[in-house]
Write a protein that binds this ligand. Structure first.
Ligand SMILES: C[S@@+](CC[C@H](N)C(=O)[O-])C[C@H]1O[C@@H](n2cnc3c(N)ncnc32)[C@H](O)[C@@H]1O
Length: 365
């Protein structure tokens, strides 16, 4: 019997009530995050009236009243009554630590936007996919790149240069980055990771590759705004790299953050990484921490959330154009198998202390 046996579960009716309440709460929290209401409430050290909150946020009081109804009954915001008989509202600091933008890489508030966003983009197309088996193209998710930039900012700004890179290969990578090497970030999106690295390591040269022209344009604009000259962006399909003779053995280090599992031809992309690396080069693939067999994910703390993100985005975009449709929960066993099939004989699977959502697959050519 599994640990999900009936006696370990809440009565199902009670669980259903929780599901309805928490999914509604997630939606209202996404609105609180997006409108900046959490950030505004987080600035107050004492409970405030609705009017003060509305004035500070510059938002409509009547909408805020309804929103506070959700936040108070959902126990995100505390309510009290002042001596004049008016209600006052307070976002406890330890809640702000996780849902305000200042939360950095502890920011869980940013993730509340994910399911509502994917629902708005693709609910109908995904339901259709259940009948047709067809994928859904990336174009159907117009706000996705902007959301990924916010996630990348939350995940990487405080840790990439100071903690993640110094830990790679016993500190040897960061020494190389300081001395000057050629680096490629595959599936770079709007380039957040690369602009951080290019700013920190002026003697290295960086190339970002992504198939989204729109994301590449945004990345170029940001690099030029930051006056970074050691950085360029190229719009290309990762699956075509292995046929590009000019790029053969032209990078010392390649990274792919959350960018392999939703490709339509992921094995070709990994073979491409192998092709563009110099012998002895390193590849950091940072991808979701999960197991390949569903039974091994029963205790995953974010199982339903991550499988839903995969169902609504990673799987359908990976199925587009007859793609292989790995899905985000492809799991570490399948990932290692594919990295080996792509030519990487040496693959280390490492935990990332500051990012329990992901694993670091460090590969050597
Ligand atoms: C989930 S996003 C991650 C973006 C970025 N690395 C980050 O961590 O914020 C995946 C990215 O892979 C890109 N992508 C998907 N398939 C691709 C392909 N075949 N070739 C190049 N890029 C691809 C998408 O356009 C998207 O920007």
């Amino acid at each position: 019997m599994t640990n999900h046996s009936a006696q370990n579960q809440k009565p199902f009716a009670e669980k259903m009530t929780d599901i309805l309440n928490y999914s509604a709460l997630n939606l209202a929290m996404a609105i609180g995050y997006r409108t900046g209401l959490f950030d505004v409430m987080d600035t107050f050290d004492t409970p405030q009236t609705m009017q003060v909150i509305a004035d500070r946020a510059g938002l409509n009081r009547r909408y805020i009243k309804e929103w506070l109804g959700v936040m108070v009954t959902g126990q995100i915001v505390e309510i009290s009554r002042d001596e004049g008989g008016q209600n006052r509202y307070y976002l406890p600091k330890h809640h702000g630590d996780l849902v305000a933008r200042r939360a950095g890489n502890s920011n869980l508030g940013v993730y509340t936007q994910e399911i509502p966003l994917l629902t708005a983009c693709a609910m109908e197309a995904v339901i259709e996919g259940f009948s047709t088996g067809e994928g859904v193209s990336y174009d159907r998710y117009p706000q996705f790149q902007a959301f990924m930039s916010q996630l990348a900012d939350a995940k990487h700004r405080q840790v990439l240069v100071d903690r993640f890179l110094p830990a790679v290969d016993g500190g040897r990578l960061i020494a190389d980055l300081r001395a000057g090497i050629r680096v490629c970030d595959l599936g770079c999106g709007t380039g957040f990771v690369l602009t951080l690295m290019a700013g920190a390591f002026p003697d290295s040269r960086f190339v970002g590759i992504d198939m989204s022209r729109e994301a590449i344009e945004t990345a170029r604009r940001e690099a030029s705004r930051q006056q970074l000259t050691n950085l360029e962006f190229v719009a290309a399909d990762a699956a075509t790299l292995k046929k590009n003779s000019e790029l053969k053995a032209s990078f010392d280090y390649v990274t792919a953050f959350d960018a392999i599992h939703d490709q339509t031809r992921p094995l070709a992309a990994l073979e491409g990484v192998h092709h563009i690396l110099v012998p002895g080069g390193r590849f950091s693939m940072v991808d979701i921490a999960a197991r390949t067999n569903l039974e091994d994910n029963l205790d995953h703390p974010m199982g339903p959330f991550l499988y839903t993100v995969s169902l609504m985005h990673c799987l359908p975009v990976g199925l587009a154009d007859g793609g292989s449709g790995l899905g985000m929960m492809w799991g570490q066993e399948k990932a290692v198998e594919m990295l080996k099939a792509a030519g990487f004989a040496k693959v280390q699977v490492l935990e990332i202390p500051e990012d329990p959502f992901n694993l670091h697959f460090l590969c050597f050519k």
